[in-house]
Ligand binder design. Structure first.
Ligand SMILES: Nc1ncnc2c1ncn2[C@@H]1O[C@H](COP(=O)(O)OP(=O)(O)OP(=O)(O)O)[C@@H](O)[C@H]1O
Ligand SMILES: [Mg+2]
Length: 419
């Protein structure tokens, strides 16, 4: 048999820049934020203290990448100004408590020792303070994805005050907190908010113009010359700007378009590849949300709504609630009250899986909410079919129903839930 692999790649020259840990040499379209960021940290090279800064903005808007760049500049400024500075970067995604962050910091500060899980927190604090006093000077602790600390504020309260309350003599700690969760800031206690959020910098989503320049930069690094045809970058930028303004998503779309061109043995990447990539990426996102973020009860409510959308007999008479109960029976799950189901429908809307419309019930009075699927029903059905248990919830005729639905393209049949 011939090798199933393809010949030399004439589409991509390098894929490294698409990877999560990649740090770009250039940060584009963030001049203002970089200026603000530097101004917020200026006290360090000036020798006036270690400030606290809070950075916020949606996912993929360059918070982490920009921070890395600004810290690089800061370190070199501090060095030329002869100011002692130590930076410690922690991603809280996997270190979701003060304790875990302290354990990580202790291990970073003492490379020859190992602080095990279970080490007393006081020991960790003492050893960290001890070491920071030895190192002396300014210490900037960068807490990326700080919202993962949730309500655990001990670290955010204690570190910035360590010098004032005499825990540290020769060192002073500042915190840079980075978050894509807007609620996090609101939920901080007043005492922490007033220190941590003294200086705030907001990163807004990228517009199409900004995404164009970011994408062009990456396209030059990753594709062979002349492979990306004229409209690919502007289209990718426009589609992403309409949706989220998320650079990570735009880069993902560009890479997927290239993968499709490669897979199809095409010589160049075209707009069509971008459009196909877009539906693949949408499919993958929907699948991620359904499998990773929904509870099993939310999944059942979504399944019931989907069934209602594709089942022509379900149009008016059958309500989501009955189908839902039916489903629960079939897979042997507990059933929830109507009001909990309504909460779940709202959550599904928040996740962008359902769309809610309203209509009046006329003489009967009251209103009804109409829920429709945002994605193609096939995407949702196929995701559920991949799950052993949930698959049982569908009637045996599900494939036929889906086929018939698609054939008649009745995309406007909506499920109904009385409100
Ligand atoms: N202005 C930019 N110039 C160059 N590359 C960028 C820019 N903004 C984002 N990127 C790239 O896009 C990707 C996402 O950016 P980044 O990781 O900084 O987002 P983020 O705001 O930290 O998102 P999250 O909240 O999900 O952590 C990274 O690969 C990053 O290098
Ligand atoms: Mg980040």
């Amino acid at each position: 048999m011939d090798s199933p692999f393809k010949d030399a790649n004439h589409i991509f020259r390098d894929k490294e820049p698409f990877k999560e840990g990649y740090t770009p040499d250039e940060i584009l379209e963030r001049e203002e934020e970089i200026q603000e960021y530097a101004a917020a940290l200026q006290d360090i090279p000036d020798g006036f203290g270690a400030p606290n800064v809070f950075i916020y903005g949606q996912t993929g808007v360059g918070k982490t990448a920009t921070t890395q760049k600004v810290i690089e500049f800061l370190e070199s400024e501090a060095e030329s100004a002869d100011v002692k500075l130590t930076t410690l970067a922690v991603n809280c995604n996997k270190r979701t408590s003060t304790y875990k962050v302290l354990q990580y910091l202790a291990n970073e500060l003492y490379p020859d020792e190992h602080f095990k899980q279970g080490t007393h927190p006081d020991t960790l604090w003492n050893r960290i303070y001890e070491r920071l006093d030895e190192i002396s000077g300014y210490v900037l602790v960068i807490l990326d994805e700080i919202d993962k600390l949730g309500e655990d504020e001990e670290l955010l309260y204690d570190f910035p005050r360590a010098k004032a309350i005499g825990e540290l003599e020769n060192a002073e700690v500042g915190i840079v907190g980075i978050s894509n969760n807007f609620k996090f800031r609101e939920n901080l206690s007043q005492r922490v908010k007033s220190t941590l959020c003294e200086k705030e910098i907001q990163f807004s989503p990228y517009d199409a113009h900004e995404l164009r320049s970011i994408l062009s930069y990456y396209a030059d690094l990753t594709f062979h010359d002349g492979v990306v045809t004229g409209d690919v970058v502007p289209l990718t930028a426009a589609l992403t700007a309409q949706d989220s303004g998320d650079a990570r998503m735009a880069l993902d779309l560009l890479e997927t378009a290239g993968d499709i061109a490669r897979h199809e043995d095409d010589d160049v990447v075209t707009e069509d590849h971008v459009r196909i990539a877009r539906s693949e990426v949408d499919r993958a996102n929907t699948r991620d949300i359904i499998t990773e973020r929904l509870t099993s009860q939310m999944q059942l409510v979504l399944m019931a709504t989907t069934l209602l959308v594709i089942d022509p007999d379900g149009e008016a008479k059958v309500k989501t609630i009955y189908l839902y109960k039916d489903l629960c029976d079939r897979i042997d799950a507990d059933t929830l009250s109507e009001s909990r189901i309504r909460d779940h429908l709202d959550t599904l809307e928040m996740f962008g899986l359902l769309e809610k419309g309203e209509h009046n019930l006329g003489r009967r009075g009251g209103r009804a909410y109409i829920y429709s699927l945002v994605d193609e029903p096939r995407i949702v059905v196929e995701t559920f079919q991949e799950d052993e248990r949930l698959r049982q919830g569908f009637p045996a005729s599900i494939d036929a129903l889906l086929g018939a639905f698609e054939a008649s393209n009745q995309s406007h049949i909506q499920s109904e839930f009385e409100g």
